[in-house]
Design a protein around this ligand. Structure first.
Ligand code: ADP
Length: 376
């Protein structure tokens, strides 16, 4: 028994409590505080006032029967979560079923056996204590998470104004006083502008990350064909410039999700597949969406630089990059956005990759009950 349960209060509701003397003494001997009520209305008042940790409730009462008392306890927010154990001499199946249906957690049959009652009381008090702790932790975590997101959002937002000023004044300095600046002065000014632009990109990506999945996330069928056609347009110049081959396997299964988030996911994955290509080798990209077990598996495979196995989890965290800025530009936020967006829709993203051979990113999402067939 935990220290918590030693101080616990138990309300015993029975019209002939004298019959329970042995049980009361035994539970008091265990360190529990015992409160007794002999009538239904009195039991409800005491439960409200004392807020016991557990209630032992007799079924047969002169005014309200035990089932009605339990029903009323479960209807009030203040007493709803208090575990109720029925004490019944009617060991009929019907009674037990009714007891559970009105919200009881367990029952003991009369004549009561001290050891059995003690064991059940201990078990349910321990369970209740653990449940309470879990609820408190969940609430703390939810609050902390919300605070952190709100903080990240406002910091990112407020940082952009001074940054615009830095960039703007650097430009004015260059335009109005450029003639008086030495080559070293010009180089310093250029570095100020490059750094402030990079910081602006970082802040914008952080803002996108903080916003992803905030507010309501839709869960509607998202036909992928038109979405992919738009992406082919957006990435058209880069696909041509890199001589990429972009293959879309047919038919395309339809995921259930938020179109904006799915677009964000595909944009980031496609952007990376084109960016992390092997020098001198044209990108070969294969996109597919297949339905399996009420889910849709969207896969984007590339023949790029790949990555070692030990980094394949890390890259989904914010700011995790495997390359230097001058090798491959980026902020290290894209895949964190992909992962957050997938989770917001009840899905997940993973990667399989071999260095020097390529990577395959897999996004698992809930499925809509339809598949698109190419009309081309
Ligand atoms: P960024 O591209 O801005 O660095 P991401 O979060 O999109 O940020 O990616 C994190 C890291 O994962 C990248 O820096 C890169 O090292 C690695 N990565 C992402 N996509 C690929 C890919 N298709 N092939 C190889 N490496 C990749």
């Amino acid at each position: 028994m935990s220290a918590e349960t030693h101080r616990a209060t138990i309300l015993i509701v029975d019209d002939t409590p004298i019959n329970l003397r042995v049980i009361v003494e035994s539970l008091e001997g265990q360190g529990y505080q015992i409160v007794v009520a002999t009538r239904g209305e009195e039991a409800l008042k005491r439960a409200n006032y004392v807020q016991p940790d557990l209630i032992l409730l007799d079924v047969m009462m002169p005014d309200l029967n035990g089932f009605e008392i339990c029903r009323r306890l479960k209807a009030q927010p203040i007493t709803r979560d208090i575990p109720v154990i029925f004490m019944t001499s009617l060991a009929s199946v019907d009674d037990k079923v009714t007891g559970f249906s009105v919200g009881a957690i367990d029952y003991v049959t009369k004549p009561l056996h001290v050891e059995e009652v003690r064991a059940r009381v201990d078990t349910h008090l321990n369970l209740r204590a653990m449940q309470k702790e879990l609820e408190e932790r969940t609430e703390q975590l939810t609050t902390a998470n919300e605070e952190l997101e709100a903080f990240a959002y406002s910091v990112s937002h407020d940082l952009r104004a001074p940054l615009r000023a830095i960039n703007g004044f650097a430009q004015i300095l260059k335009d109005r006083c450029g003639a008086n600046l030495s080559p070293e002065g010009h180089e310093c000014l250029r570095k100020v502008q490059v750094a402030s632009k990079r910081m602006d990109v970082l802040i914008q990506d952080l803002l996108t990350y903080a916003r992803t999945g905030r507010g309501s996330v839709r869960a509607i069928p998202v036909p992928l064909r038109s979405l992919i056609q738009e992406l082919e347009c957006t990435f058209g110049d880069r696909l041509v410039a890199t001589k990429a081959r972009f293959e879309v396997a047919q038919p395309l299964a339809t995921p259930l999700g938020d179109p904006t988030l799915i677009e964000q996911i595909l944009m980031n994955l496609l952007d990376n597949a084109l960016k992390y290509r092997r020098p001198g080798i044209a990108p070969e990209l294969k996109l597919s969406a297949t339905a399996m077990d009420e889910q849709v598996l969207i896969k984007l495979a590339d023949n790029g630089i790949g990555m070692p196995a030990e980094y394949q989890d890390k890259i989904f965290q914010v700011f995790q990059r495997l390359h230097h800025e001058h090798e491959y530009p980026g902020t290290g936020i894209g895949l964190a956005i992909v992962s957050k967006a997938a989770r917001a829709m009840g899905g997940e993203v993973t990667v399989e990759s071999s260095p020097g051979q390529g990577s395959t990113f897999s996004v698992r999402l809930p499925a809509a009950l339809m598949t698109e067939h190419s009309t081309a």
